[in-house]
Design a protein around this ligand. Structure first.
Ligand code: SF4
Length: 331
């Protein structure tokens, strides 16, 4: 799709352009009716960076910082298995340093004892670390670039380097990870043209999993006074992304649900095929607040039943296989 066509769809009224219907058809044709559930474990909220939009930024002194113990993380992984999820996502802030040896042992233990597919989301690390994580059993890695606009990136992530982000993504690809990335939609200073560039970049980089969430201002950040009315543009972005990147896995993100009670459902009907139910233990979940409105009360068992019913209601199937990337497999 040409950039001008993407912009037209992002600006247009979906009822008139038929965007959501088209995206749903493309989803069905290229990735099928299966919806894959990936248990999200937010194992630490410690972060040394200071991104302007994020509740975990180091200058936020209000939140209580935590790092789950290895046993707590392992138990959460076992819960994912019991719930029937085939993979987990271990997510944290970006650690300045961590005990890699201990973490590698944990990954091996999870892999050997549960067989779960392990996705990591822990930010920018050195290439040798990515290699060690891969060898210990992680096979997927998520790292959003948030925006491809260099100036906006530098403004939002003042202590991060744009080039380093993309270098990390290329290392991950080179090392054989399934690579996930994504953006926020509705960021202060972000144009529709810039979002179109982001979508074209997903395609160029052959991103295996693409996360798209609306920007939601967090009261504990410098962006607290910015507009939160970004749901519609975010879901249109998701739908166009499905059309441009038909084989990628695209989650219905929790941020969609934070802005709209039926946000996940709407995302699943506009091209999404993955859900990442949060299975972080309750006593930690309420401290991992990237943005307000996140649901922290879901009992993991009740939520899995709710999702099963939602999937059935939409006439879809709970994907019981690995849900590997069709981009990577060249299917
Ligand atoms: S977006 Fe990521 S790197 Fe930036 S402050 Fe939040 S957790 Fe840290």
């Amino acid at each position: 799709m040409e950039k001008s066509e993407i912009i037209e769809l992002l600006k247009g009224n979906p009822a008139e352009t038929g965007l959501f219907k088209k995206a749903d058809e493309v989803r069905k044709k290229y990735v099928g009716d299966d919806i894959y559930l990936r248990g999200l474990i937010e194992f630490s909220n410690i972060c040394h960076r200071n991104c302007l939009y994020c509740g975990l930024r180091r200058d936020n002194k209000i939140i209580h910082r935590y790092l789950m113990s290895d046993d707590e993380i392992f138990e959460a992984a076992v819960l994912a298995k019991k719930l029937g999820y085939t993979s987990i996502v271990l997510q944290s802030g970006e650690p300045l340093s961590f005990n890699i040896k201990k973490f590698l042992e944990l990954l091996k233990r999870i892999k050997n004892e549960t067989g779960l597919i392990i996705t990591l989301s822990m930010g920018e690390l050195e290439k040798e670390y990515y290699l060690l994580l891969k060898e210990a059993g992680a096979s997927r890695y998520l790292m959003r670039f948030e925006t491809s606009d260099r100036n906006l990136y530098s403004y939002l992530k003042p202590d991060s380097k744009y080039e380093k982000r993309f270098e990390c993504l290329s290392w991950l690809r080179e090392l054989g990870f399934e690579v996930g990335s994504g953006i926020m939609v509705g960021l202060p200073g972000q144009s529709v043209e810039s979002i179109a560039d982001d979508i074209m970049l997903f395609d160029k980089l052959k991103i295996d999993m693409i996360g798209i969430g609306p920007f939601i201002s967090n009261p504990e950040t410098p962006l607290k006074n910015f507009n939160n009315n970004n749901f519609e543009l975010a879901i249109k972005t998701l739908a166009v992304t499905r059309i441009v990147c038909p084989k990628s896995n695209i989650p219905a993100t929790s941020a969609m649900e934070a802005l709209d009670d039926n946000g996940r459902e709407k995302a699943l009907m506009a091209g999404a095929n993955v859900i990442m139910p949060n299975i972080t233990p309750y006593n930690f979940k309420d401290k991992y607040i990237l943005y307000p409105g996140k649901s922290i009360f879901d009992d993991p068992y009740e939520y899995s039943v709710y999702l099963k019913n939602l999937i059935e209601k939409l006439g879809r199937k709970w994907g019981k296989g690995p849900g590997n990337s069709r981009v990577k497999e060249g299917l």
